[in-house]
Design a protein around this ligand. Structure first.
Ligand code: AMP
Length: 218
């Protein structure tokens, strides 16, 4: 049987990783693993993990590796043999990338590709300010300037929308700073391994989707 694709959607907050992952998971029949969604789930349920992650998430900082790595690698290793997966939001520093490489290599399941969606900073700020998430299906919805996201419904499933605490201006500034300092070096790690593909992400969702599919050879 053909092996499913194993890849990372890489990029700054607001690059469209979550949106692209939603579009790709059914089309490619792969499992979507979003570290941010996992943390938000625990936060919502008030689990010990959620309580530990809360202060970092609120500030737009990375949750410490001793919490993050085990949780996400457990999910990755839970993907049935032969199935593919999309990693969205992980790895976010070189230590996480090394640990991921170690566990995947041990099972001969190395990553096929790391797709870097490159988006300019002004565009990121514009998008994050207008991003509202669906309570029901987690799909990010773009709300135009002057519109009230709190009264609109999800364009996919009609669910209620909310704005993430960390999409407010102070946290957004911090998240972009953290991305530039801690996450960008991961690009060099994957470039050296020959799996990195850069695509421009300022275009429309559908245009970016075509570029991602082409990058994956899918
Ligand atoms: P995201 O939805 O990917 O933007 O993630 C939301 C927040 O969850 C981040 O700002 C971090 O606080 C935390 N988080 C998500 N993924 C990671 C990760 N790989 N390492 C550390 N913290 C993470």
């Amino acid at each position: 049987m053909a092996q499913g694709l194993r890849f990372v959607l890489f990029g700054p907050p607001g690059a469209g990783k979550g949106t692209q992952a939603q579009m790709l998971k059914d089309r490619l029949n792969v499992i979507h693993i979003s570290s941010g969604d996992i943390f938000r789930y625990h936060l919502g349920k008030g689990t010990p993990l959620g309580l530990r992650a809360k202060k970092y998430m609120k500030r737009g900082e990375l949750v410490p590796d001793d919490v993050t790595i085990d949780i996400i690698l457990d999910e990755v290793m839970g993907v049935p043999e032969g199935d593919g997966f999309i990693l969205d939001g992980f790895p976010r520093n070189t230590n996480q990338a090394q640990e991921l490489e170690r566990v995947l290599a041990a099972e001969s399941r190395d990553l096929d590709k790391v797709v870097h969606i490159d988006v300019s900073e002004p565009e990121l700020l514009r998008r994050l300010g207008g991003r509202f998430i669906c309570h029901a299906c987690q799909m990010p919805n773009a709300i135009g300037e002057g519109e009230d996201g709190g009264t609109k419904k999800c364009s996919r499933c009609g669910g209620e929308l909310y704005q993430r605490d960390d999409d407010r201006p102070e946290a957004v500034k911090k998240r972009i700073e953290v991305y530039n300092q801690e996450t960008m070096p991961v690009l060099g790690f994957y470039r050296e391994r020959g799996v990195l593909v850069n695509i421009p992400g300022d275009n429309t969702v559908d245009e970016v989707n075509q570029l991602v599919l082409a990058a994956l050879g899918a």
